[in-house]
Design a protein around this ligand. Sequence first.
Ligand code: ARG
Ligand code: ASP
Length: 677
Amino acid sequence: MIKKTLLVSLLTLAVGFTAMADKGMWLPSLISSRMKDMRSKGFRLTSEDIYSINKASLKDAVVLFDGGCTGEIVSPEGLLLTNHHCGYDAIQSLSAVEHDYLTDGFWAMSRGEELPCKGLQVAILVRMEEVTDRLAAGEKAEAIIAAAEAEGTGYSAAIEQMYYGNQQFLFVYKVFRDVRLVGTPPSSIGKFGGDTDNWIWPRHTGDFSVFRIYSSPDNEPAAYSPQNVPYRPARHFEISTAGVREGDFTMIYGFPGNTQEYITSDAVDYIADVADPVCIALRTERLDIIRAAQQSDAKVRIQYAAKHASIANAWKKWQGEVLGIKRLGTADKKRAYEQRFAAENPDKAFLLDSLHAAYLRNTTPYYTRTLFIETLRAIELPQIVRFAMTAKDKERAAAVADNFYKNYDASIDRAIARRMVAEFLRLAPEGTVPEALSQLIARHGGAEAYVDYLYDHSRFTSPEGFSTDTATDDAAAELIGAMAPLYDLSARYAYRNLSNVPDIERWYRPYVKALMEWDTDRAFFPDANLTLRVAYGKVAGYDYADGVYHRPQTSLEGIIEKDNPEIYDYDIPQSLRDIYASKQYGRWGVEIDGRRTVPACFIATNHTTGGNSGSPVIDGRGRLIGINFDRTWLSTMSDVEFDEEICRNIAVDIRYVLFTIDRVGGAGYLLDEMTLR
Ligand code: ARG
Ligand code: ASP
């Protein structure tokens, strides 16, 4: 491999241009600095096509979906694609026993059948601009934000830090609050493979769902109203049905949430040796309890499906992350890098000492917060009682409670509480267990006895007992009071990562600035922080293990191979079996490996992270070729170290999306408003 890379770089040097690595998540307003590299890799458009404040550009078709995912507009009438797992909450809220859209799927057969989703929002970026100088000149952040929000209907603005505060950017969004469900495949397609296949390649998940943005008749954001009309976007994505080949250019346009590219070896050690292992172990206990209950009770299986998926998602990722960090020797590489920095910048070496000292000061409280969240705060009963204690609007509280109890089983929660209270006491660093909490538990004869007392006496274990009036004298209120210092600590340390605790971060500001001046060959990109980014690369397989190459495309053949009515995660809908048997693929049948079949998923070298789910994957002409939804097992450490050779993002092939809408959903009419090329 090394030899090959050397040869390639010698060759490219000979023609006068060295292709840069595919690593990085770039700010769209500054993308012109990457254009030469992007064009050399197959991008055919201009930076103005990606981001412009003067004309419609691709950014007008990308949305922040529900505050944590990405989505893309694919028609002049506000039709929106995202992942099934991003639409999951909305789909679950709209489901009931009589119409279970998670199990059966849902397809609106006309605009009138599209279902409003309470509380679901999407945000479109209006513009972004650097405000570092304005802030340095003394302008107040609040004033800049307020002025931006006054610019238009439904505007929302925020100032975000890049490079640990070396740069500040203003982001102005238009927020739409009338978003309706248009369609979703059944979970047996949208979540095919479930938690078994999650973070794994080869993959066969049809992880997509379809929504529509509605606006007021004058095309502005508005609260839900039957008078609202489909939003007319400045730009929508054209769709390419041409398919992908290994080596093709790909670009991801979306909202990555969190990477830690520049952290020091101390922070890597914290992740791989402390935080991840503890969190994994605690979640293993929780998942074991939930899984056992799910296996013995069909109702519980549905009730806890979303909870299980979200607990298991990070749990599984952390396991891969630890393996990846160890495999790459990330902490040792960072230590060597830090030594080199210190040796070559003796006047700045103190920055590393200051960082080290800051970690020593802040790791214990930050760890305690993490531990609290994964143990005591993972118990649901005190959470719902605490909510009732502080709820101001009774009607809204009743609605929240309805939703809560729909998916709550007090015996599971009790079993989890027995374990989590004991684990908190066992693992809490010295001096971090509140006195009142120790006393409360001791008074009842220990963790398990106390938890049994609590669940025997609290009224809030069932929906009938829920009330905003009685919460303060419920049995759980005493526990909530005893946990007050922990709630307080967790509010004070509510930062994205340990390294973002201000007492640490203030040293990263000069450190990263010094790195940028010193390490001039390194391509610095600002860490992900849920702001809009561009990542680009190519469709590519990878060496999975000795002698095992993973090719970049999967198909319906693999879905059928996995299909098994006995295994919940692999039980596809009968309609898909029938289509396979009859080979009635219509226009979606293509030749793959000499067989006529339907494409399913593909992988590429794009640098992505959580929040990139639902992101448009586009080709060199800006056309949609897939929807991003995951990374491969060997990529799970990429938030800390992105390994070019190995890291791959996973997308559902747009042709599988269209096939499913058309052939499985019978909603082919939706394709008429799209622009297919
Ligand atoms: N791993 C993907 C992401 O981080 C998809 C998660 C949803 N799917 C699941 N089976 N839990 O969010
Ligand atoms: N599945 C992730 C998401 O939901 C994407 C990833 O972590 O690669 O955003």
